[in-house]
Write a protein that binds this ligand. Structure first.
Ligand SMILES: Nc1ncnc2c1ncn2[C@@H]1O[C@H](COP(=O)(O)OP(=O)(O)OP(=O)(O)O)[C@@H](O)[C@H]1O
Ligand SMILES: [Mg+2]
Length: 618
């Protein structure tokens, strides 16, 4: 067979295969063009998941009749005026999108450009049908540009076969529009699906942060907007801005994480990895924060020409960007101090609100069960999904009808009451008033009440102190008068002993004690007298879980949280008023104390307002 040059139409269809994978990709290209054209309003409309019809209308700068004819040619762009691929300032730069779409559909572009003096010139239109181009002709249009794509992929039936249901494609289109809208809060976006408007995002007002946050509120929701930490960090020429959720507002997937590089939406494993690193201390590995991050840097420091759909980028200094992200996020989380997200209180209120739910709840069998806090087994918890309910208080318990109370012989209904110290009332977490079930501290604040899980809170305090001690030169140890011998299987003992040097640095000194046992000589001083045996066994399990290659210091969180767990005030211990107030005061001063090591809240705050609503007083 002779080698030959392919016809233009075929070349465009092949290119379209990469650039326009599905309807959402066409929408993305067209909306990006509208943004590049300086539009303040972009209206997107689709039919049949975008396969029947896509229209994108904008009020941007428009194109002249002459430009229209060139715009649909391959490799024709107005966005690289200096033939410079290094300094790309627009979302488009390849001149591929329109010819690719035109090669596989029936494309009509109508445009009415603005003259230099600001007045409007005449409108013109051009059509491309499966790659066959018409000449531009006069048309009518009030302003801007309107692109109409009919019968996408009709010219490439092979591709058409791979389309998902219109519903899935519609969802993808919505995602694309939302993703772009998040980065351009000054632009009014609408989306109409099968003649029904499903999205209306008016231009936001205020300063850049306000505008962004109000756009994010519309798309990511109120919970996010109310529980997002504002980010602003810079390293050399690279700037990080945006919003990230408090660790207590988390999700089961990383889908709610949006990244933009110079205003361009990107998906990047490294960036997701950096976020994971930043939150590792506060969230179980199966949980993910919600966030929207904008990275801005000089165009020369990022290559945007590495992916057919322009969805990935390559940084010239990836480590710098990662460092900025991890540092910026950690700093913001630390600044949040003991703040836990309001969603926790909302969920609590919801759970309280309707006692009749208890009857409808099929798992409620009328019996009160003893819900021990799940901290007994930290390893089990680390992987467990936190469903968002206030931990350790399952739905049944929260909604239990009051009348059930008399029949609770096994429950620790004892209320340990103390007098609220008026001096303590002024503090954010208030004055301790009572201890319930020997597990929860009830405190009164100036404008509400706070419920603290004493074990979770103390565990976090111990953990933070261990980390600080470690970075200040090591954890103080306290010798045991009589070494505690802990028996276990030989392999576990062996594993522990090979890491004994590292454990000693962390405050735990162990020695061999025959096969299958170790003797504990010293323990971290700030743990007090916890359950040493269980802690050592748990540590042995931890070590076997993360293998021999990782240094214990690298896995500090796990080691410390295992130790912290065993050294913390147990649930079930009666506390004095002083102890309770001391715990509250320490929580206020300790960074990250609003959540335990796995992103579950350590306390819930209910405002008087909300409580009054519960009782219909408002
Ligand atoms: N909505 C629009 N308003 C004004 N001009 C437009 C619009 N859409 C396209 N154009 C013009 O048509 C040209 C070609 O568009 P096309 O999307 O094919 O390529 P591009 O945006 O330059 O690069 P890329 O292929 O990376 O998107 C653009 O460079 C721009 O000048
Ligand atoms: Mg383009």
């Amino acid at each position: 067979m002779p080698i030959r040059h392919l016809p233009e139409t075929l070349i465009n269809q092949i290119a379209a295969g990469e650039v326009i994978e599905r309807p959402a990709a066409a929408v993305k290209e067209l909306v990006e063009n509208a943004i590049d054209a300086g539009s303040s309003r972009v209206d997107v409309s689709i039919r049949d998941g975008g396969l029947g019809l896509i229209t994108v209308a904008d009020d941007g700068m428009g194109m002249t009749e002459k430009d229209l004819a060139i715009a649909v040619e391959r490799h024709a762009t107005s966005k690289l005026p200096d033939d410079d691929l290094v300094h790309i300032n627009a979302l488009g730069f390849r001149g591929e999108a329109l010819p690719s779409i035109g090669a596989v559909s029936r494309l009509t572009i109508t445009s009415r450009p603005r003259r230099e003096d600001g007045s409007l010139a005449d409108a013109a239109a051009i059509t491309v049908d499966a790659g066959k181009k018409s000449s531009p002709a006069p048309a009518a249009l009030p302003k801007g540009t309107r692109v109409e794509v009919r019968d996408l992929f009709y010219a490439t039936p092979a591709r058409l076969k791979f389309m998902k249901t219109p519903r899935t494609e519609t969802q993808n289109v919505r995602d694309v529009v939302e993703r772009l809208a998040m980065a351009y809060p000054d632009v009014h976006f609408t989306l109409t699906v099968d003649d029904k408007q499903t999205l209306d995002l008016p231009a936001a007002t205020g300063d850049l942060y306000d505008r962004r946050l109000s756009r994010l509120r519309q798309i990511m929701g109120r919970d996010f907007a109310e529980n997002a930490l504002r980010l602003d960090a810079a390293r050399d020429d690279v700037r990080l801005t945006g919003y990230a959720s408090l660790p207590t507002l988390n999700r089961g997937t990383s889908q709610h994480q949006y990244f933009y590089v110079n205003g361009r939406p990107v998906r990047d494993r490294q960036l997701i990895g950096a976020v994971r690193g930043a939150y590792a201390d506060f969230l179980a590995s199966s949980r993910h924060p919600m966030l929207c991050l904008f990275i801005d840097l000089p165009p020369a420091q990022v290559d945007v020409n590495v992916h057919p759909a322009k969805a990935e980028v390559r940084f010239s200094d990836a480590a710098q960007v990662r460092g900025l992200l991890v540092g910026g996020l950690r700093h913001a989380i630390a600044q949040a101090g003991h703040r836990a997200s309001t969603t926790v209180a909302d969920q609590t209120l919801q759970a309280f609100q309707s006692p009749e739910n208890a009857e409808q709840n099929p798992s409620w069998d009328g019996q009160y069960r003893q819900y021990a806090p799940p901290y007994r087994n930290m390893k089990g918890m680390a992987g467990a999904a936190y469903t968002g309910a206030v931990y350790a208080a399952p739905q049944e318990a929260q909604t239990a009808p009051l009348s059930g109370l008399e029949s609770l012989p096994g429950a620790r209904t004892h209320v340990h009451e103390v007098k609220a110290d008026p001096v303590q009332l002024a503090y954010p977490l208030g004055a301790a008033c009572a201890q319930l079930h020997e597990t929860y501290i009830v405190a009164q604040t100036a404008d509400g009440l706070v419920l603290v899980d004493q074990h979770a809170a103390h565990e976090r305090l111990v953990y933070e102190r261990m980390k600080t001690a470690l970075s200040n030169g090591g954890i103080a140890r306290q010798p045991l008068l009589i070494p505690e011998v802990v028996e276990m299987d030989e392999a576990s003992a062996e594993r522990l002993l090979t890491r004994s040097g590292e454990l000693a640095e962390l405050g735990l000194v162990i020695e061999a004690f025959g096969p299958g046992a170790v003797a504990v000589q010293e323990t971290p001083a700030l743990l007090g007298h916890g359950n040493i045996r269980q802690m050592v066994l748990d540590l042995a399990d931890d070590i076997s879980n993360y293998g021999q290659t990782m240094s214990l210091k690298e896995k500090l969180e796990e080691v410390c949280s295992t130790m912290a767990c065993h050294g913390s005030v147990r649930a079930g211990r009666r506390l004095t008023a002083e102890e309770m107030n001391a715990l509250l005061r320490q929580m206020e001063q300790t960074p990250h104390s609003g959540q335990c090591n796995h992103g579950r809240p350590t306390y819930v705050e209910l405002k008087l307002n909300d409580i009054e609503k519960l009782f219909g007083r408002r």
